[in-house]
Design a protein around this ligand. Structure first.
Ligand SMILES: Cc1cc2nc3c(=O)[nH]c(=O)nc-3n(C[C@H](O)[C@H](O)[C@H](O)COP(=O)(O)OP(=O)(O)OC[C@H]3O[C@@H](n4cnc5c(N)ncnc54)[C@H](O)[C@@H]3O)c2cc1C
Length: 433
């Protein structure tokens, strides 16, 4: 019987296994060095915050895998032999495969900072990171201050986690405004303000120079590159982005860029070896998407796609329109289509912010055809299906403004603010960025 081996038990690997099982009775083995059972990485923060136990982050009961005849193997894969179709584990054990799916996810970036490997320095990605955070920041007596390095979605989550235990947080952000490579100025400054309201010591335009050690090899302070300021701390969180977790493949002959290079069928340069999820890099970006997309739903979609291909129905990966969602402390964020940090030449913008400074919408459209291109929404939850339809029907910005009420989960809100939003839209200057 054909043996399908999947390295990685995150959303990508697990989705693949479930779909292959739905479609066939092939032998399936899922390997992970991180945890015995699949858990939701996006829920990890809530374990520290006391909203759930770790077991609650596991979407399936532990018996599910045996019942569905999916083998789980705990181990770290050190080497892939593409000719012999064999993998080797760090303990020397070997395993053969007929088809291999690489779904090894990401790892937190480290940029060679002095002190980056000291004790009490960690990312916020793996289950083991969560355990380290719990160890070094159990409360604000043992952790008198934490420093977070790198302003992005994971950094702000870590700040929220630590603040939930009243631990003072200094947040070093290299950019001059929070996440401004992605967010336009209006949204970015709204989040700057919101971070400060949460009593987080936000330091914009600041890079880490080094992390200083105490006599036991544990971080005791960080130094800011620009000013030389030394900030004493008991924990340093490195959240300056993630990159594909693929160093174990460097001698395998599998083509690598930043990630494992794949085509639209998620195939590598070897037949029967595929890569999916955070660790996969498209040879050619799809539309305006990035070649590597480290988000949950694209991992799931790639898993579904590759399962079809492996079960004889070869299909291309087609991710559809871009969307994403996240939370910045109390403010929910969603984006549909494209709203770049800076408008492109053919684009015009409409930005509306509620007077409470915690809600806004930012619409991007083509200034010649008025076709809707994308929307950012903060503090107002809008319907995915609505924007999928608007984008596929190539509707105009005027249509979207007229139908915002239908897009909203809280029609009351729009009834109250609709005329203000529409009035502000008709009176805006030609382009607001
Ligand atoms: C704190 C946090 C919050 C996030 N929030 C969001 C969000 O709100 N929305 C969103 O879309 N995305 C979010 N993400 C990103 C999302 O979680 C990832 O895109 C997704 O989990 C990637 O899934 P994956 O299956 O590709 O890889 P992973 O989940 O990383 O799984 C890969 C697994 O492979 C294992 N592995 C790696 N190498 C080996 C090896 N050599 N041998 C054995 N096992 C190996 C790893 O240990 C890991 O268990 C968040 C991520 C983090 C860390």
């Amino acid at each position: 019987m054909e043996h399908i081996v999947i390295i990685g038990n995150g959303i990508s690997g697990i989705t693949t296994a479930r779909h292959i099982r739905k479609l066939s009775d092939k032998k399936i083995t899922i390997i992970s060095a991180e945890s015995d059972f699949f858990f939701s990485r996006t829920a990890l923060m809530y374990v520290y915050m006391g909203h759930m136990k770790f077991e609650h982050t596991q979407p399936y009961e532990n018996w599910f895998w045996k019942k569905n005849n999916i083998n789980l193997k705990n181990g770290f894969v050190e080497n892939v032999n593409t000719q012999a179709k064999e993998i080797t584990f760090s303990n020397g054990e070997k395993m053969n495969f007929d088809k291999l799916i690489i779904a090894t996810g990401s790892k937190p970036n480290k940029f060679g900072w002095p002190g980056q490997d000291l004790k009490a320095v960690m990312g916020m990605y793996h289950k083991q990171d969560l355990e380290s955070i719990e160890k070094y920041a159990p409360n604000n007596k043992e952790c008198k201050r934490a420093v977070i390095v790198g302003g992005g979605l994971i950094g702000i989550e870590l700040a929220e986690m630590l603040r939930s235990r009243n631990i003072p947080v200094t947040f070093l952000v290299r950019e001059r405004s929070f996440w401004n490579a992605v967010l336009p100025a209006g949204e970015s400054s709204m989040i700057n303000r919101h971070i400060k309201e949460h009593h987080i010591d936000l330091r914009l335009n600041c890079n880490l120079k080094e992390i200083l050690s105490d006599e036991n090899g544990k971080a005791r302070a960080i130094v800011i590159a620009e000013t030389g300021e030394e900030i004493p701390c008991d924990l340093v969180g490195l959240t300056a982005g993630v990159s594909p977790n693929i160093s174990f493949l460097k001698d395998s002959g599998i083509e690598l860029g930043r990630g494992v290079k794949v085509n639209r069928f998620l195939e590598t340069n070897f037949p029967d070896i595929y890569a999916i999820g955070d660790c996969a890099e498209q040879h050619e970006p799809i539309g305006q998407r990035r070649p590597i997309e480290a988000v949950w739903y694209t991992g799931r979609m790639m898993g579904e796609t590759v399962a079809q291909t492996i079960c004889g129905n070869k299909i291309e990966y087609k991710p559809g329109y871009w969307f994403n969602s996240a939370k910045f402390l109390d403010i929910e964020y969603q984006t549909y289509g494209w709203v770049w940090a800076q408008p492109k030449e053919n684009e015009a913008r409409f930005y509306w912010e509620h007077k409470d400074g915690k809600k806004c919408i930012h619409i991007n459209y083509d200034k010649n055809t008025r076709e809707f291109i994308g929307i950012n929404t903060f503090g107002i939850r809008l319907r995915h299906e609505f924007f999928d339809k608007v984008l596929s029907e190539k509707r105009t910005v005027d249509y979207v403004l007229e139908h915002l009420e239908a897009a909203n989960f809280d029609p009351e809100f729009f009834r109250k603010h609709e005329s203000e939003i529409q009035h502000s839209f008709s009176n805006q200057p030609e382009t607001i960025s």
